[in-house]
Design a protein around this ligand. Sequence first.
Ligand SMILES: *Cc1c(COP(=O)(O)O)cnc(C)c1O
Length: 380
Amino acid sequence: MSENELFEKESELMIPFFKRLPVTFKRGKGCWLYDFNGKKYLDLIAGIACVSIGHSHPEFISRVYEQMRELMHVSNLFYTEPQIRLAEKLKEISGFDKFFFCNSGTEAVEAALKIARKVTGKKKFLALENSFHGRTMGALSITWKEKFRKPFEPLIQEVEFCKFNDVDDFLGRVNADICAVILEPIQGEAGVYEVSKEFMDAVFEEKERYGYLVIFDEVQTGFCRTGEWFAKDHFGCSPDIMTMAKAMASGFPIGGVAVTNEVANKIEISEHGSTFGGNPLACTASLATIEIMQKENLAENSRDMGGYFRKRLAELGFEARGKGLLIGFDVGDAKALVSKLLEKGVVANNTSDTTIRFAPPLVITKDEIDFAVDALEECL
Ligand SMILES: *Cc1c(COP(=O)(O)O)cnc(C)c1O
């Protein structure tokens, strides 16, 4: 199929949910993508913070391939080894006790909400302004953007939004009816904004008094993206529930929920489930991803290269937010800049009309960052 045919057939065949950039990638290697014509692009978005070990990682390919030959899916009617091995590894890197696997970020959030209601016996969620938690009905209810939410109401009614990093607003809203406070420790889709230490302290200080759970949505910030295994590690705090997905298996679909034993002890058989969730192939893809991250010290590289990237951006006059290789900064016209960068062979993403987000593979090097910054400079 030619690229033009592809563009035409897409509008003929696909439900028009997506506005795509005018490029079609054929293959990828490391931090680089190659289009239909063989043109090379530096990937600064990694499939929206998913392909952290880089495209076509040889060890990842061979382990997934081996598992596919052996066994791909049997359902959760049975015990499977890759699922247990993955849970064991997640326990080691996250400090949580027990896990449930699903197929996406939004599903992980759905499971977290259901668990919180079951465990507390309460209904009301407190989320933050500018939050993004997913597109299914439950996750959408706690997602801030009206444009995403409004057409689909009524959603979960028992939701309040607290002003971002506003401790007084939080203290004014929190009470004994709150089932859970859910937040992204660093808001990704909002344009990379960190929750402040003061706000985080307040969330944990009021927890005992009002008997709510704290849920961290680490779908975007997990798996070394911010320079630690999880963004919670920067804050040194222990939420009751944590969601994960995006980089969990390098773009292979899988999501997960992590909980403490205290939470898990109040869950009963059949209260949640999934047909595909945690199947041998997805779990092998995730375990391979995590072990590659360990072997290649990607948390450290995320910290170091994140620091270098911010320094280089500062030289161009940009004030970059975020931690590790989750980077957000403001420009005049972000859409135009993304298009110009694409022409220069750099794939970037804008989270709004004025905000650029970079979330490159965590294997990125200084030379590659220099390539990106040179291209950026030429676009200004
Ligand atoms: C991407 C994202 C989601 C939704 O994940 P999907 O896999 O797209 O359903 C939820 N929460 C956060 C913080 C995200 O960044």
